[in-house]
Write a protein that binds this ligand. Structure first.
Ligand code: PLP
Length: 374
């Protein structure tokens, strides 16, 4: 018998589905850029290995990288320093240790439904209880401040937010962000803000929750922004006090983030603006193509998306999203069933456009044929 907190964990539905896919299926299920990291960064990695960066480093990460990230974040807040940053093994580990650090036994955290799959389990593994708030298409997939207010109890410790969002592609307006921040300030709550898609905003600029709420814990990573998901480097940015506690928890989880990789990411950061501009311009074209093709499927309603690299149409067929996704898989297209991301994701499919324009066009032609048949 395993303890409930472990036994109740579900394997990722998306991964299970991928494993049964035919070899020639077109993958619109990807949660990562389909391009390689910048060449300069790969060279810097090899160089770091040659220079002997093969040993343990500090638990909170190397100071140079912490400092470079802090410099970047000054566009959100002038008072950010290296000590406000801890380097993590991606946002996944960052979110996990953040929950471990701030959640007490039985505390509650508000988590999005539909939302990225790790939040609920992270809260539960830390001994807390996830309480879901709704993201609906009718509200542009943005949190409703009134609902958030109504879910807060004396046990609430944090609100988990994710903008730009996976799976919906929504980017919250400044007004929504301010409203959530006002509630958190008023009720003395942390905001745990997953900002891994901060570089993928197609209209306007990314707004961080940290701009309007002091007790914000930003969880971010280089997985998407430098197309380096396999490198497992991310960071958490928050108060110096919380960073000190995070570093202790991280020590017992990971000892330290990988050393050579951090030096390589430091080089990657120097060219990140150029890398980002090129990636964003290509992804914008893909988004426009995906939206235009999905708009021609009569049984789909596809809201506009402003960020990340996902579209999240609702379909009219009386069919579970998993069955719809399996039908698409048999026809040669991989996507993620909406229900993977929570009960309110049912009736939706998530298509990632982290694939070539040619593949997106071919895949969405197949999706249209299948949808018209079902
Ligand atoms: C919203 C969101 N947060 C976090 C992650 C995990 O990112 P990382 O590779 O940095 O662990 C993902 C990956 O798909 C994601 O979509």
């Amino acid at each position: 018998m395993f303890p409930k907190r472990v036994a109740s964990l579900q394997p990722s539905g998306i991964r299970e589905l991928f494993e049964t896919a035919p070899a020639d299926a077109i993958n619109l299920g990807l949660g990562e850029p389909d391009i390689q990291p910048p060449r300069e960064m790969i060279e810097a990695f090899k160089d770091a290995l040659d220079r002997g960066m093969n040993k343990y480093g500090p638990s909170a990460g190397i100071m140079k990288l912490r400092g470079a990230i802090a410099e970047n974040l000054k566009s959100y807040r002038k008072d950010v320093a290296a000590e406000n940053i801890i380097i993590t093994a991606g946002a996944t580990e960052g979110m996990r240790i953040a929950c471990e650090t701030i959640m007490g036994e039985g505390d509650e955290a508000l988590v999005p439904n539909p939302g990225f799959i790790i939040y609920g389990p992270d809260v539960a593994l830390a001994g807390g209880r996830p309480v879901e708030y709704s993201l609906t298409m009718d509200n542009d997939f943005a949190p409703d401040p009134d609902e958030i207010q109504s879910l807060i109890t004396p046990k609430t410790q944090a609100i988990v937010v994710n903008s730009p969002s996976n799976p919906t592609g929504a980017v919250y307006s400044k007004d929504v962000i301010k409203a959530i921040c006002d509630i958190a300030t008023d009720r003395d709550l942390y905001i745990l803000s997953d900002e891994v898609y901060h570089n993928f905003v197609y209209e306007g600029e990314h707004t961080s929750f940290a701009r309007y709420h002091d007790d914000t814990i930003i969880v971010n990573s280089f997985s998407k922004s430098l197309a380096a998901t396999g490198w497992r480097i991310g960071y958490v940015a928050t108060s110096k006090e919380i960073v000190e506690h995070l570093a202790k928890v991280q020590y017992y989880t990971l000892a330290c983030p990988p050393t050579a990789t951090q030096y390589a990411i430091l080089e990657g950061m120097k060219i990140r603006k150029k890398f980002r501009a090129e990636m964003l311009s290509e992804f914008r074209k893909r988004r426009d193509l995906a939206l235009s093709m999905l708009s021609k499927i009569s049984s789909f309603t596809t809201p506009p998306v402003k960020g990340a690299f996902y579209v999240f149409p609702r379909y009219a067929q009386e069919l579970r999203s998993e069955d719809f996704a399996v039908a698409l898989l048999k026809a040669g297209v991989i996507c993620a069933p909406g229900a993977t991301f929570g009960t309110l994701g049912e009736g939706h499919l998530r298509f990632s456009y982290a694939n070539s324009q040619e593949n997106i066009a071919r895949a969405l032609d197949i999706v249209r044929e299948v949808a018209d048949r079902l």
